[in-house]
Design a protein around this ligand. Sequence first.
Ligand code: HEM
Length: 267
Amino acid sequence: MLNNEILSWRAATRPRTGAAAIAVRSPVLLTSYPLLDTPHCKPSGRTSKLPMPSINNPHFVLRRLHSLLGVVPVGAFLAFHLWENSQSRFGAQHFNEAVVGALAGLNYLPFIEIGLIALPLLFHAVYGLVIIGGGRAEPLRYPYLRNRLYWLQRLSGIGLLVFILVHVGMTRIAGLMDPAIHADLFGHMRAALSNPWVLGFYLLGLWLAVLHFANGLATAAISWGLTTSAAAQRRFGRVCAGFGLLLGAIGTHGLAGYLIAPTGAGA
Ligand code: HEM
């Protein structure tokens, strides 16, 4: 079921009191759906011309896949990647040998990179663009935090797409084309980040990714029916905000590490 249909279906079929009233005001809550049809999401006695959300509807399944892949493996990889990059502060030798070298020596690396990272991210990004294309402008009218996050999720997704393409081109693809870059990825990143524009671009990309992932975790918990009450959604939202700040701090520390760590034998 498409986003618009879910919005209209829920608005048409649920009573507008308590949590339901919050849901009607909040598009993020409206887009969220338990995995399968349950009494929780069935119309309460009223008839609706709109179809029920169903496992037989390809968009329902694709949407769940989009949500799942955003968390695992894409989100899990983002957390790992930021932690891995925070090792930059131990210096060039440590980073090039113990981090980049160790990962480059993994068995089945092409399968891991393409099958577990690139393809899930590609699906998430392409279907994300489909979701953005099918969205409606109405939520812009309501000045609630959840509505702002709804739009930030979409804007950050588009910004991230640009950032990821540039970042992969500058690092992985450049390293494949020039073995000297692959051999000293630390030096390559240090030189690039010494340019204030590139540093600004990376800081923006990092915080967009963290915002998108942290808010995405909160909305995914609603999508999968893990946080059903407004209070649970608020509580988990705070946990996700804290997680996002921690992840952002680790990532910022990693970017700074390229600029301040020793280039020689390491710390
Ligand atoms: C670092 C890369 C990314 C991560 C970790 C990530 C993660 C997530 C997560 C966890 C969600 C929540 C899913 C849900 O609410 O059920 C989400 C939603 C979304 N993502 Fe991403 N994403 C990434 C990149 C992208 C890109 C490149 C796009 C391209 C446009 C994109 C577009 C979207 C959209 C539109 C949504 C909202 C879907 C909705 O409201 O139903 N994402 N993302």
